[in-house]
Ligand binder design. Structure first.
Ligand code: NAD
Length: 298
């Protein structure tokens, strides 16, 4: 193999993996429609008009359209109060045609994110942020789990990476990425180290990593001298400079040492959206199974 071909082959193509997952979801969504008579449906809830949030919501709806999942968005005004937001979520909870509910974060500061997210019916919580789903994850019962960590696990599965016993180092301990990913890697018997902004010497830890996941939101945080040869790197960071997006890892230099590495953009991002689609389908199938069980018992 030429040097060039070898260098290209260590890049994890998140777009290609996401497409593969979307194809599977599309097939399952078609089967669901045939079987049930209506499509799986995702409802997003957005408060205010933050341009980045609007873009993410649009991307999610477009993705739904590609795979045959129906979708709708409830857009509340920026000054909506808690009761208004909770009423919208309770109404979606009670609708049997809505299988997935996603609250686009961040919410405006006057709204209590924890209460809003905690009001979503856990069986429709396709983002996996509800405390019940988080708790289940921690005790090894992965039902609806957060999409970004799930996308990383799905990519590792696709590449046949054996997780048992490996040293996995995560940089970032947020509820969205670092903490749930730590739980999912522990569930697969990896040895997990979680670093964060208070970690004293980051390099001491990253140099031990067989698998390194960086989710700090700091451009260029991880450089080549911080990783060992053969490391697998997932760069979750999104750092916008002008009209360009960068990750948290110095891609070109770290790629020279890595066995596998995700680019930014085109790595973790597309996988995250693909997992949201998969979760919506999973939630729809689970709801339908329960409905049939209830009907059978009548
Ligand atoms: P967050 O701001 O909630 O958490 C950041 C974490 O990084 C914290 O644990 C913090 O302690 C740690 N950190 C910050 N600076 C550090 C440093 N210098 N050294 C070590 N640790 C440091 O962030 P988040 O929501 O987890 O997101 C992290 C990044 O990932 C952001 O850039 C975000 O945009 C991106 N993100 C991408 C996706 C995707 O789908 N691609 C999904 C979620 C988040």
């Amino acid at each position: 193999m030429s040097d060039d071909a070898e260098a290209v082959s260590n890049i994890i193509d998140g777009r290609a993996l996401a497409k593969k997952i979307e194809e599977r979801v599309k097939e399952r969504a078609g089967a669901f429609l045939k079987d049930v008579g209506s499509p799986p449906r995702l409802a997003t809830v957005m408060v205010g008009e933050d341009p980045a949030s609007q873009m993410y919501v649009r991307m999610k709806h477009r993705a739904c359209e590609r795979v045959g999942i129906a979708s709708e968005n409830a857009n509340l005004p920026a000054d909506a109060g808690m009761e208004g937001a909770l009423d919208v979520i309770r109404a979606l909870n009670s609708r049997s045609d809505v299988h997935g509910i996603l609250v686009q974060l961040p919410l405006p500061p006057h709204l209590n994110e924890r209460i809003v997210v905690g009001t979503v019916d856990p069986s429709k919580d396709v983002d996996g942020f509800h405390p019940m789903n988080m708790g289940n994850l921690l005790i090894g019962r992965e039902r609806l789990v957060p999409c970004t960590p799930h996308g990383i696990i799905a990519a590792l599965d696709e590449y046949g990476v054996e997780l048992e016993g490996i040293n996995a180092v995560i940089v970032g301990h947020s509820n969205v990425v670092g903490k749930p990913l730590a739980g999912m890697l522990l569930n697969r018997n990896a040895t997990v180290t979680v670093c964060h902004v208070y970690t004293k010497d980051l390099k001491v830890h990253t140099l031990c990593a067989d698998l390194l996941v960086v989710a700090a939101g700091v451009k260029g945080l991880v450089k080549a001298d911080m990783v060992k040869d053969g490391v697998i790197v997932f760069d979750v960071g999104i750092n916008t400079v002008g009209d360009k997006i960068y990750g948290d890892v110095e891609f070109d230099e770290v790629r020279e040492k890595a066995r596998l590495i995700t680019p930014v953009p085109g790595g973790v991002g597309p996988m995250t959206i693909a997992m949201l689609l998969q979760h919506t389908l999973d939630a729809a199938r689970a709801a339908e199974a329960i409905r049939r069980c209830h009907d059978g018992n009548k």
